[in-house]
Design a binder for this molecule. Structure first.
Ligand SMILES: [Zn+2]
Length: 303
């Protein structure tokens, strides 16, 4: 049995997973801003899951950041109370057990590569496009963590092949301008739409897609611009790792037209005579993060 925990900013979700499927699913509110309470909440969630099933399992955790390879503390987490803390060490001490920890976008890709929309593919790139644009790479069923544990983190690269009017691009919280995330996150799409709609940012990404479908000119133009940018951003990934498939998750992955329009647009940017990389939506939806955390331990692996 594998236990997976998805440590989110507002909730902590846990499952027990077997080959046959999910045995138990539990969810608690995240103790926002309180690191010590977070450790206790995760420990208690794991204890409860083991009590539910009457069994012990391997433990994998997805976090909204990364464990620094150099110092062992959390970095890049938008749940900022985790940053600078030795999360894995403290949790292992609280449990008296070994755990594996990875970035939540990596867990998403691992889930889809293991038994989701990318099952059977050797090299998978995945992105969660929602409040941010976290990415990850899975090769042969394993997360490619990277030398600094940032592999797949494309969101703070600049938008590739920018048009003049896309420069310098919106200011990003990271300090740079024109990061991919500032264009391709949900707030990025809303900003683009507002710019075409007299400054009105009264619609979220789903509403913009609905308005485009209903013939709203500004919404249609905003989505077309979004597709062009997503196509260029993904073409730069194809040119570097040439994945067998690309999987989209997060709220914006529900916009169906992306899957036909974007691969048509990226062709001239891909350095190849053919460009037929499949672009697909996640199979497990919001559950991919917690499922992928469980899959951080593969079949037959023990502590
Ligand atoms: Zn940035």
């Amino acid at each position: 049995m594998r236990i997976g925990i998805d440590l989110g900013g507002t909730k902590i979700e846990g499952i027990a997973l077997e080959r046959a499927g999910v045995l138990v699913r539990r969810r608690v509110a995240a103790p926002r801003g309180d690191y010590d309470a977070t450790i206790i909440a995760v420990r208690d969630l794991i204890t409860a899951i083991q009590k539910d099933t009457g069994r012990a399992g391997t433990i994998g955790i997805g976090i909204p950041g990364a464990i620094s390879a150099k110092t062992g503390v959390v970095k890049n987490a938008n749940s900022t109370w985790l940053n600078g803390k030795p999360f894995q060490h403290d949790l292992e001490r609280a449990l008296g057990r070994r755990v594996r920890v990875s970035n939540d976008a990596n867990c998403f890709v691992l889930s889809e590569a293991t038994d989701g929309a990318a099952a059977g593919a050797q090299t998978v790139f995945g992105v969660i496009i929602g409040t941010g644009t976290g990415g990850g790479i899975v090769i042969d069923g394993r997360v490619l963590e990277g030398h600094h544990r940032i592999a797949g983190e494309w969101g703070h690269n600049p938008l590739p092949w920018p048009a003049v009017e896309e420069l310098p691009g919106p200011a990003c919280y990271c300090g740079a301008f024109g990061c991919i995330e500032t264009f391709l996150s949900g707030p990025g799409l809303v900003r683009t739409y507002a710019g075409l709609n007299g400054g009105q940012d009264d619609a979220d990404a789903a509403e913009i897609a609905a308005r485009a479908g209903a013939g709203d000119a500004a919404a249609s133009q905003a989505l077309a611009m979004y597709e062009g940018r997503l196509a260029r951003a993904l073409a730069s990934i194809i040119n570097v790792i040439d994945p067998d498939i690309i999987v989209l998750g997060g709220g914006l992955s529900n916009i169906k037209r992306l899957y036909t329009n974007v691969p048509a647009i990226w062709k001239p940017f891909v350095f190849s005579d053919t460009a037929d990389t499949p672009l697909v939506g996640a199979r497990h939806g919001d559950s991919s993060g917690v499922r992928g955390a469980a899959w951080l331990w593969q079949e037959g692996e023990h502590e």
